[in-house]
Design a protein around this ligand. Structure first.
Ligand SMILES: Nc1ncnc2c1ncn2[C@@H]1O[C@H](COP(=O)(O)OP(=O)(O)O)[C@@H](O)[C@H]1O
Ligand SMILES: O=C(O)C1=C[C@@H](OP(=O)(O)O)[C@@H](O)[C@H](O)C1
Ligand SMILES: [Mg+2]
Length: 175
């Protein structure tokens, strides 16, 4: 959360001239209420069930850029489906993530101590994100437009691989 998936995803789709979709928006449409209300009324497990089905449908039907919610990859079926796609991991450090999510409004898993929750989720999930990523972009200190530009460049490189190359990533040190 706060990596910029929704914001950068939309900019990326504009840059590529392809449609954009976001799994949280789709889940909200299907449930008829915001993510935060789904968590309160029905619980996280119900949200994850909706999310799993929505993501599977979108991966099958949507052609373009798809932004996932940060916990979508906790589901093994979703991870298996993502293996067929060019997954972009927007890496964010604790400090930038906390700045971006503010008080965590609309993000029920951040209720309470936002910094502690973000740190816990980053620690738990980073290995999963890394295992799925074909492209990794370090977003700390970059604007959403800069990040989208880096993804465009990385996709180009991915589609014209150099001999022996198996992926693409940027780090602060590369720049
Ligand atoms: N690279 C960035 N630099 C600064 N702010 C950002 C960046 N990416 C996103 N934001 C801001 O952070 C907040 C969360 O972004 P969002 O796209 O909703 O993240 P996610 O979908 O990954 O949770 C938004 O207010 C957005 O404008
Ligand atoms: O990381 C998570 O478990 C979640 C991330 C949120 O989406 P963003 O990652 O777009 O904020 C949203 O799906 C829900 O609040 C749960
Ligand atoms: Mg989002």
């Amino acid at each position: 959360m706060g990596a910029g998936k929704t914001t950068v995803g939309r900019l990326l789709s504009d840059a590529l001239g392809v449609p954009f979709a976001d799994s949280d928006h789709e889940v909200e449409e299907r449930a008829g209420k915001p993510v935060s209300e789904i968590f309160v009324d029905d619980g996280e497990a119900a949200f994850r069930d909706l999310e799993r089905v929505a993501v599977a449908d979108m991966l099958a039907e949507h052609s373009g850029v798809l932004a996932l919610g940060g916990g979508a990859v906790l589901d093994a079926d979703t991870r298996a489906l993502l293996a067929e796609h060019r997954v972009v991991f927007l890496r964010v450090g604790l400090a930038d993530a906390v700045k971006r999510v503010g008080l965590g409004a609309g993000r029920p898993l951040l209720l309470g101590n936002v910094r502690a929750r973000v740190k816990q989720l980053l620690d738990e999930r980073t290995p999963v994100y890394e295992s799925l990523a074909r492209i990794t972009i370090d977003t700390d200190g970059l604007s959403p437009g800069d990040v989208a530009g880096e993804v465009v460049d990385a996709l180009r490189r991915l589609d014209t691989p150099s001999p022996g190359g198996s992926g693409y990533s940027t780090t602060e040190a590369d720049r």
